[in-house]
Design a protein around this ligand. Structure first.
Ligand code: PLP
Length: 390
């Protein structure tokens, strides 16, 4: 059996970890990779279409988030964009011992960038979240000090899907004269994102989370904000991020984002239907579970904790049935320790170990929900029988 054949039978509901690349985006990427081999920076006519592709891709992406083309900087993905935003904000003023404010539930790309800057003398303040995973703007207000240089709060959380009140948080930051960055990796292409409405100075995105290629992303940087170069070398990316552009992946990213933004409402409706079927089935069968992440979550994003259950075992049982879910964030899935996000949300003790994340994508159907719920119900019945026998 080929990998492609075996994949047909799999129910993939781990779209927060990564998404399947869009067919048109893949076809475009292959075509460009194969047939347009010149370097976009070269002066001869073979390179001219490539310059055009770069320009149009930048324009398309900017249009999707209501930015200007020159405010989009292509990167290798969310991790690089996050590193760039945090580090470029403080590296030029380390002698002032700058302070970085972030939240307790950020992705490791932010938390470890902050930790690296702490090693160089910065201070880092982590704002707690409430039970739903939301940052209270009042808490941000209280933590801002004169030394605060940048505030970075994610738009939507990768584990529980909570959407943050970014507009209010950015307003507070700006009233105090601080830079505001948001990690929008999980949000872009799934919920409307308008950088002007949100009022952010910088925003990170990653193509593989919105059916684009892996290893590609961008950083939005508001016109007028001074940004240190992240990779030194040639003059690519307005001399801020050197290296020959991966234009096949850039073009594929732009197309995938354009398609996802165009189909956003329909996709969101379908994803909500999938989650409703699954939750109704669990409730109708008296499964004892809680939903983490509050009401204001990403569409299709379910982080469920089952009482007296082990999430790791549940993941493997579902895997045996060809259902792909995750226990926490994908980057943490090899670690058995409870994720920092679930700890920050103070998920009750009886439930916290029995947590799995199910994230539906545009490839899923309501039938997938039915199959997943049937397997969860069977598994939980066995867990309960064992628990009662003890
Ligand atoms: N930020 C968030 C919220 C994420 O979910 C991820 C990936 O899981 C990243 C950053 C890192 O993105 P990438 O995989 O493109 O480096």
């Amino acid at each position: 059996m080929t990998v492609a054949n075996s994949l047909n039978k799999i129910i993939y509901v781990d779209n927060a970890a990564t998404t399947k690349i869009d067919d048109d985006a893949l076809a475009l990427m292959i075509d460009l990779q194969k047939n347009f081999f010149a370097n976009p920076s070269s002066a001869y006519k073979l390179s001219r279409p490539l310059k055009k592709i770069l320009r149009e891709s930048r324009e398309k992406i900017a249009a999707c988030i209501n930015a200007e083309p020159q405010e989009i900087f292509f990167t290798s993905g969310g991790t690089e964009s996050d590193n760039w935003a945090i580090k470029s904000s403080v590296l030029a003023c380390l002698n002032e011992r700058p302070n970085i404010i972030t939240s307790a539930i950020e992705h490791k790309a932010i938390l470890n960038s902050c930790a690296a800057m702490k090693n160089l003398g910065c201070t880092v303040t982590k704002i707690p979240v409430d039970k739903s995973g939301a940052v209270n703007p009042v808490n941000l207000q209280e933590k801002i000090s004169q030394r605060t240089k940048i505030i970075s709060i994610m738009l939507a959380n990768n584990e529980v899907g909570t959407i943050q009140p970014i507009k209010s948080l950015a307003e507070i930051a700006h009233a105090a004269g601080k830079i505001f960055h948001t990690d929008a990796v999980q949000a872009i292409g799934h919920i409307p994102v308008d950088v002007k409405l949100l009022g952010v100075d910088m925003l990170s995105a990653s193509a593989h989370k919105f059916n684009g290629p892996k290893g590609m992303g961008f950083l939005y940087v508001r016109d007028g904000l001074k940004l240190l170069p992240y990779i030194d070398g040639g003059a690519q990316e307005f001399s801020k991020r050197a290296g020959t552009e991966n234009f096949p992946a850039i073009a594929a990213m732009a197309l995938a984002l354009e398609k996802n933004c165009r189909d956003m409402e329909n996709n969101a409706e379908k994803l909500s239907a999938c989650t409703k079927i699954l939750l109704d089935d669990l409730r109708n069968n008296n499964v004892d579970f809680i939903i983490n992440g509050g009401e204001n979550r990403l569409p299709g994003h379910l982080n469920l904790s089952f009482r007296n259950c082990d999430g790791e075992t549940l993941l493997h049982r579902l895997d045996l049935k060809n259902i792909c879910v995750s226990t926490g964030s994908a980057c943490n899935s090899r670690q058995t320790k409870i994720s920092h996000v679930l700890q920050a949300l103070a998920v009750p003790k009886d439930f916290i170990r029995g947590t799995i994340r199910i994230t539906f994508g545009k490839e899923n159907s309501c039938d997938d929900s039915k199959i997943i719920s049937k397997n969860l119900i069977n598994f939980m019945q066995r867990v309960n029988d064992n628990y009662e026998r003890r």
